[in-house]
Design a protein around this ligand. Structure first.
Ligand code: NAG
Ligand code: NAG
Length: 269
């Protein structure tokens, strides 16, 4: 019995050394605290972190994390499989309003070695932080009961199908009913709250959405896809920095949040 206990204790300590939800939750809490304080020092941050903001590599101490930003509302995804996190911040009451999407990735040394953010503010694609905050707060992203959770490949495939469908009408997207999209401050589910309002019209030209970076959380049915979105901004033919954030329920898309950064006001549209 005593030996069995020793073995179990050994297993438990081994498991806690690996990437788990507690460690990732602590990382997102530290990130939110850092952003609120405008102090990018986080306990798990690697000294050689690769930090990019809107696809530009920069010094983390010169970016938005070095400005105090009021966090009015936030949601996070925890991906123990990749040891990565995603966080969305709605900051409407900040003097300078923002919507910030951030992915963080841990290296083998247990330190955060990659931080990437899509930082949207006035002039970015249909940006309105007040409306973003309002609609975001109405949504329910409760943990999904264990026996009803979708597998990570199902979750990722739904998000990929959505992005692929923009230029290929043959791609079937598993939209739920209801499904609502929050794009900047524009919400598709304002009055039709029981139907699918997420279907994308076909774009008038063909393009492929590349450089997809994923964070997946089965417990929340959550998926983050950072990507480069061509077409929207004429000055960025290779793609504007963009983020799509999904919630799936029972294999179907319930919510989509898009955060896209424009080089020119509202991407010149
Ligand atoms: C940092 O990340 C960017 C974007 O993924 C990449 O292009 C660059 O090579 C990376 N830099 C280092 C030093 O790894
Ligand atoms: C942003 O959204 C709020 C709430 O819907 C609205 O009152 C406001 O007029 C909008 N601002 C702009 C600049 O469109």
């Amino acid at each position: 019995m005593y030996q069995l206990l020793l073995v179990l204790a050994g297993l438990a300590s081994h498991a806690s050394a690996a990437c788990d939800r507690t460690m990732l939750k602590d990382a997102t809490a530290a990130y939110l605290k850092a952003q609120a304080a405008g102090d990018p020092k986080m306990p798990a941050l690697s000294a050689t972190v690769n930090y990019t903001e809107n696809d530009v590599v920069m010094d983390i101490s010169k970016g938005v994390l070095a400005q105090p930003v009021v966090v009015d509302f936030d949601r996070s995804l925890l991906d123990t499989n990749q040891c990565a996190t995603f966080t969305e911040i709605s900051s409407a009451t900040n003097k300078h309003p923002y919507v910030i999407h951030t992915q963080m990735r841990f290296g083998d040394d247990g330190k955060i070695d990659t931080v990437q953010s899509v930082v949207a503010d006035a002039g970015d694609w249909v940006f309105n932080a007040t409306a973003h905050l309002y609609w975001n707060k109405q949504e329910k992203w409760d943990p999904i009961p264990e026996d009803k959770r979708d597998k990570r490949d199902v979750i990722q495939a739904a998000g990929d199908a959505y992005l692929d469908s923009w230029t290929d009408g043959k791609v079937k997207v598993p939209y739920g009913s209801p499904c609502a999209r929050l794009e900047g401050g524009m919400y598709t589910g304002t009055t039709a709250t029981k139907t699918n309002t997420c279907t994308m019209p076909q774009f008038p030209e063909a393009f492929t959405i590349k450089h997809r970076r994923y964070v997946i959380d089965e417990e929340l049915g959550g998926l983050s896809i950072f990507n480069d979105f061509p077409f929207i901004d004429k000055t960025k033919p290779d793609g504007a920095p963009s983020s799509n954030f999904f919630r799936l329920e029972g294999g179907k898309i319930r919510y989509i949040h898009e955060n896209t950064v424009c080089a020119t006001r509202n991407c010149g549209r």
